[in-house]
Design a binder for this molecule. Structure first.
Ligand SMILES: [Zn+2]
Ligand SMILES: [Zn+2]
Length: 376
């Protein structure tokens, strides 16, 4: 429904290659949206920004970034408006940037003293989206594993809706997980463990954090594949017929919350807060990269660290690789547990679900696991 609406307003039959005003229009709307969201964060930091992150922001740099986004939205909007007949994208981008400017732009002061407490986490969501787009879109365009696959493939709008829907509320749900977990660790935590961990070199701590997280992730991921009721949630992540970075965010919110909780709660007993924040940043980038339509690979690194080709084999619908490759950081974890499938060369030919069909569209997929309906 939502995808259809977006298509009606913004889509047109004109070509979408370079020089047609499509890319500049998309960028204008994207930058406009980011700048307006960022200005909203400056106005309502208590409600909108994540307490875990506030302390880390270099504010002068963030303000320059917001200014840059506003200018970018207007410039790309002008370019697109000149090149393209349908001007909905360009106008949207420029209007969003104008609204951001009228609301005070990058110079809105922050006067209140901020307290901890539940927040929506719009700041992380916007940064995440900008960061991911900057890192992954160019490398997919320049060095794709599947060159014939378009950036604006079928379902890309649906997956953007997934990106929006899982990244925004995950902040609230993370808080719901973290709040009881914090209580739990205050009563049950062993301070000596945290202290001992804190004395190790930073890099060792980080490696251990990734290892513990991946072991937890492996366990939950495998459970989502083997317990039939849980598989109905995870099947949604596997329903993508083609993979790219944005397809990686197609996941049911229940799965997101369970896996994230199952990873974070044990980690909070072992690792200092800074290390958990560092890990969250790392997993966001690494897990997204694993889904990337990115061809180049480093043969010597492949056995030790997951590169896109390994996780692509997890997503294939080819029989030989079903229920294999559950780890998300270290492939040797799958070797240890006997679930490793990684041909020396080559990429899978087909992706998606092996023999079932699940409904199309965000809401149908949201309710699908709760209905008793047999997969078709
Ligand atoms: Zn899976
Ligand atoms: Zn995946």
């Amino acid at each position: 429904m939502l995808e259809q609406k977006i298509n009606e307003v913004f889509g047109d039959k004109e070509p979408s290659g370079f020089g047609t005003g499509w890319w500049s229009g998309v960028l204008s709307a994207f930058f406009g949206l980011l700048s307006l969201g960022a200005v909203a964060c400056l106005h309502f930091p208590q409600v909108l920004t994540s307490p875990e992150l506030r302390g880390y922001y270099p504010m002068p740099l963030m303000r320059m970034l917001i200014q840059g986004l506003i200018v970018g939205a207007i410039l790309f909007g002008l370019v697109s408006a000149m090149l393209r007949r349908k001007k909905a994208l360009a106008l949207t981008g420029m209007l969003l940037a104008l609204a951001a400017t009228l609301l005070g732009g990058a110079s809105v002061p922050i006067n209140e003293t901020l307290r901890d407490g539940p927040a929506i986490g719009l700041d992380w969501f916007l940064l995440d989206m900008l960061l991911m787009t900057l890192i992954f879109s160019p490398i997919e365009v320049l060095w794709p594993a599947y060159p014939e696959q378009s950036v604006f493939r079928d379902d890309w709008l649906q997956d953007i809706v997934y990106f929006l829907s899982t990244h925004l509320p995950i902040q609230i749900t993370s808080f719901l997980i973290l709040l009881p977990a914090t209580q739990l660790t205050t009563y049950l935590g062993v301070p000596a463990v945290l202290e001992a961990m804190g004395r190790l070199p930073w890099l060792v701590q980080f490696f251990l954090a990734v290892l513990v997280a991946d072991l937890c992730e492996y366990f939950f991921h495998r459970m989502f594949h083997t317990v039939p009721f849980l598989w109905r949630f995870h099947a949604i992540h596997h329903s993508s017929k083609a993979l790219d970075w944005i397809a990686g965010s197609r996941a049911h919110i229940v799965e997101d919350v369970v896996v994230r909780g199952g990873m974070l709660i044990p980690m909070m007993f072992i690792f200092p807060h800074d290390m958990i924040v560092a890990y969250l940043l790392f997993v966001t980038i690494h897990a997204t990269w694993a889904h990337c339509n990115f061809g180049p690979t480093l043969k010597w690194l492949e056995p030790y660290l997951i590169l896109p080709r390994f996780h692509h084999w997890h997503h294939t619908s080819q029989k030989e690789a079903i229920d294999k490759n559950f780890a998300i950081h270290f492939p040797w974890i799958d070797r240890i547990f006997g679930t490793y499938h990684f041909p020396k060369e080559g990429w899978p030919e087909t992706y998606g679900l092996h023999e079932e069909k699940i409904p199309a569209g965000f809401w149908a997929q949201f309710f699908y696991p709760f209905t008793g309906k047999k997969p078709a």
